[in-house]
Design a protein around this ligand. Structure first.
Ligand code: HEM
Length: 442
């Protein structure tokens, strides 16, 4: 680790004894980032979990870091502290040529025919699950959507019937693994979450590994089967161990982000019932048949609302990297070896790109306003460059299926009138769980 004195020329706000800025940032991530930006502009440093991290808050800087034209940024080292041990081998834990090769293979599992088969698996199952949600009484939305997306994942990602004991056991292990990834104690000491997570990882990898051969020979439409059969254009494929690692990572990358995004979207729909009515009208206009790729295209307003929810509460608040060589940003020398991050939360709150940026206003994504096109990196909840989220379209598809299943059945109100407050790190979740009431439609 390079010495902190390398960074003396990069400004920072006063630190608190022992904890640096950790508590300030955890308590009010957006407010703290704003105080820094007001004081220092687009580059400053914060001390989180004992390490200095250099934060970049402009779209230009985010573009430079994520497009990486000089090939100097490592995603692997950037994500190592949080994901390196439990999710090693995943795409975000790979760099440059190695990453490119692995991503090309994974791309096969996201081509159009594969996506259509996920849609065919997902839409009816989502519909069935949501028909079973409790009506006319308090429902804590965040835990409910986490549970639903996990059970749905067993079906769409693994091709297992959602409510079987095996699917439930996999879900429990998966919850332990993710809990370990975000815990403070990062050694597998007895009785710690970390130890449970490390064990869960081993059990998951063993299970995935054991399934590879049969899935490779079969014609399953689920994600895991598609990944077992995936090859790049030159016919290269992964080893069994690599498939297990990639799948383990993919489940993690897909799960909490989607649950977080759906929660901020639902919070907005209950805060702005006029938008809920607009989306319900859009859903009703689809008619009663099964969900199809063409119907997904007929939901532009749902897409605008989801985009706005992700702009205001991005599931990945900042994207970490480590510079492998010194670089210069607008006259400031950034020494190699220190963590840097593109603070996408701040980029997407910038008045330079978005009118009245704190306001919920999905129309800003309409064709005639298109504020997201003011800068290539103005709207970037899915990142950008080589590591840009490979699941973006999958995520949009899932949100549209969810919106249709929800709003064709229910009108949704909040069970409290308090503004939703967010715990932003490591992945945003609504404090209090977002209590809502589903009212059956006549
Ligand atoms: C609202 C939902 C989601 C959000 C906001 C989101 C956000 C992101 C972001 C910001 C990155 C880039 C990280 C970086 O540059 O270091 C990323 C990467 C990734 N995401 Fe997503 N994601 C979402 C859903 C999904 C889903 C549904 C899947 C899979 C079906 C998925 C799979 C991945 C994978 C595999 C990567 C690594 C790509 C690479 O390194 O090449 N994500 N995601």
């Amino acid at each position: 680790m390079p010495p902190a004195s390398d960074l003396d020329h990069i400004p920072h706000l006063p630190t608190q004894p022992l904890v640096g800025h950790t508590l300030l940032s955890l308590k009010d991530f957006l407010g703290f980032a704003r105080r820094n930006t007001q004081a220092f502009g687009e580059v400053y440093r914060i001390k989180m979990m004992g390490r200095w991290r250099i934060s970049f808050t402009s779209a230009d800087a985010a573009e430079y870091i994520l497009m990486d034209p000089d090939h100097i940024f490592s995603a692997k080292q950037g994500w190592h502290d949080s994901l390196g041990t439990l999710f090693s081998g995943g795409l975000m834990l790979r760099d440059h040529d190695d990453h490119r090769q692995h991503r090309r293979i994974m791309q096969a599992a996201f081509r159009k025919p594969a996506m259509d088969s996920y849609l065919a698996l997902m839409a009816p199952e989502l519909d069935r699950m949501m028909a079973g949600w409790p009506v006319s009484r308090r429902l804590s939305f965040y835990p409910a959507i986490k549970d639903l997306t996990l059970r749905l994942g067993a079906h769409v990602f693994m091709g297992l019937p959602a409510d079987t004991p095996e699917a439930q056991a996999l879900s429990r292990r998966f919850i332990d693994e993710i809990a370990a990834a975000i815990t403070v104690i990062r050694k597998p000491l007895p009785l710690t979450k970390y130890r449970r997570g490390v064990r869960a990882r081993r059990a998951l990898l063993d299970r995935f590994h054991a399934l590879v051969e049969t899935r490779r020979q079969g014609d399953g439409a689920d994600f895991f089967s598609q990944m077992c059969r995936a090859t790049d254009d030159e016919g290269r494929h992964w080893s069994d161990a690599e498939i297990a690692e990639h799948f383990n990572f993919l489940m993690m990358a897909a799960h909490d982000t989607t649950a977080s995004g759906l929660s901020s979207m639902l919070a907005a729909l209950t805060d702005f019932p006029d938008w809920q009515d607009r989306l319900r009208a859009e859903v009703d206009a689809l008619g009663a048949g099964p969900m199809t790729p063409a119907l997904l295209e007929a939901m532009p307003q749902t897409e605008m609302v989801f985009k706005e929810a992700l702009r205001l509460v991005p599931p990945v608040a900042l994207i970490p990297r480590v510079a492998l060589r010194d670089f210069d940003w607008n006259g400031i020398r950034i020494p190699a070896g220190h963590p840097v991050s593109a603070n996408i939360t701040m980029v997407m709150r910038s008045p330079e790109h978005f009118t009245d940026p704190d306001r919920f206003d999905p129309e800003r994504f309409s064709d005639n306003r298109a504020e997201d096109r003011n800068h290539r990196f103005a709207w970037m909840p899915f990142g950008g460059g080589a590591h840009k989220c490979i699941g973006l379209h999958f995520s949009m598809m899932q949100v549209k299926c969810f919106t249709r299943a929800l709003l064709s059945r229910y009108r949704v109100t909040r069970d409290d009138n308090a503004p939703v407050r967010w715990k932003r790190l490591p992945i945003p979740q609504p404090k209090g769980g977002l209590p809502v009431i589903l009212h059956p439609r006549p």
